[in-house]
Structure formats: C-alpha cells, structure tokens
Design a protein around this ligand. Sequence first.
Ligand SMILES: *[C@@H]1O[C@H](CO)[C@@H](O)[C@H](O)[C@H]1NC(C)=O
Length: 278
Amino acid sequence: MKMILVFSVVTIFALSNACPEESLRALVKYEVAQVENRIVKRLEALVNRQNVQTGVSGATFCSATSSWGHPFDVFGRGAQHFLAFRGTAGVGHSVYDAYIGDYNKKSPRRNIEPCCTQVNGSLPCSGHYRNAAILNNWQNIEEVVVALYDRGVLKQSLRFDAAGTTYLSWFSADKLKNSGKWRDLKSKTTNYFSIAGHLSYKRRFYINHKLHGCKHDDGWFMAMDKARPPCPYERHSSFPQFLYSSGNARALWSTSGDTVQADVMAIFVKPYNGCNNR
Ligand SMILES: *[C@@H]1O[C@H](CO)[C@@H](O)[C@H](O)[C@H]1NC(C)=O
C-alpha cells in the first residue's frame, strides 16, 4: 500500500504540470482503479485456487478491461464507461481516419497531449485520441455512448446496444437504445445513420433526416470531416467540426442557433458486468 501511495504522488506530481485540475482528478481515479485492479486480481487468484481445490473448472474472473484506462463517470451514476475515442474539433486531421486507425499509421510518432484523454475541449489538445486496446479488439462491450461536449460540459448523448456489433457497425438506427434529448430520433426515418456517413461530402458519424439542398437539409448530428465542404452551414475556419441539433428534435442545418458545434466528440464503451456474455 505504501509503495502504491508513494508511486501515485510521484506520478501526480510529474504529470500535473502538463494538464492541470482535470488530469489530477483523473489520475487519482486512475490510481484508485489500479489498486482496485490489484485487489480483483488477488481475489481471482484466490477463487481460482479455491476452484482447483474443489474441482470447479472454467470459473475465472474477467479482467479484459484492465488495459482500457480509467473509467469515466459520464452520467453522474458512477464510473462505468471507458474512453474509446475522442475527436477534437478544428485540429485539421480527419476524425474518421483517426477512428478507423489510419491516422496513427500515417503519423506513428504523433504525440498526444495528456489532456487528449480527457473530454474538456478547453484544455490543451491538438489531436484525436484513439484507444487501440478497445477499438482494435471490440469485445466484452455491452454499450457504446456518443457524448458531445462543449468546454467540458456534456451537451448531448446517444446510447447504443453493442451486442453483435463491430467497431464500425454499432452506430446505427437498429442499435440505438437511448436518443438523449432528441425525442424524435427513434420515430423518424433517417437517410444516413452510420459512421462512414456521406462519403463524398465526408459527413461522418452522420445522422440525417433528408437532403433537400443546403437550405432545407435537416438532421441531428455530423462530424464534418472536409476542409472545404459544399454547404454554408458546415463551412468553418477549420475542420473537423461536430455539428448537432441543440434542441430536442432534429434541426434545419442552415438555422444557426438550432445547429451548434461541440468541441469534443467522445465515444465511451461500457463493459459487461458479468462474464457470462463474454
Ligand atoms: C474545462 O477547462 C476549463 C479550463 O481549465 C475550465 O475553466 C472549465 O471549468 C472546465 N470545464 C469543466 C466542466 O470542468
């Protein structure tokens, strides 16, 4: 225990300059999670030994999430979700490429600032964060959450059932469990609802109702991933931009105020609690 505490204090001291406040809190949570992990591992060992003695086989605990980082308390109901991806607005790199993993291959030595593993877009971060332990090995996941933030404040969230999905297929109307503030999303038809979205316009993570020309297009969300997009409503000084409807239904994309921007799009996953479904 003493060793752990000393180590924690040293790590916190070392990293606190890089990313204040938020990082400190996260680190404390992280260290607590590490201690919890150790306790769970001890228990696993004990139970396994017990099982060997009593002849019970196959009853092992799951520790698949140990490489996923620390859990976040997204909804104020306990730390249950792990950050699989963070898209950062305006950084000039494709959010889609980063999500599918191309970006890391193209710039393998790219350094991510410590704050990129947090969700507050006001803290220094000039890239997207991809948690390869989760996205390259899509397993043991019960739920996926897309959370849109503005300066660290959660503005909108969607929850998806991850059963039977891949890291590319969960973002769909079929898998949508909870549509957050958007009360009409479950009942309306969508002409786009996918991560790949509109290929030539590069509207990724696109949830749209209809396309009737720039003035009349309506929808809920898009990660605008193109430097020079076709419609005025998606043109900004930098890309990508996370555009979404600020109300409790879809918006006409061209109505500013109804269409607003998030500075961070976070994708969280929640692992299964039990081992039965793994
Ligand atoms: C996000 O970070 C900024 C800059 O440190 C801070 O002022 C703000 O309170 C943070 N937001 C939240 C929700 O903590």
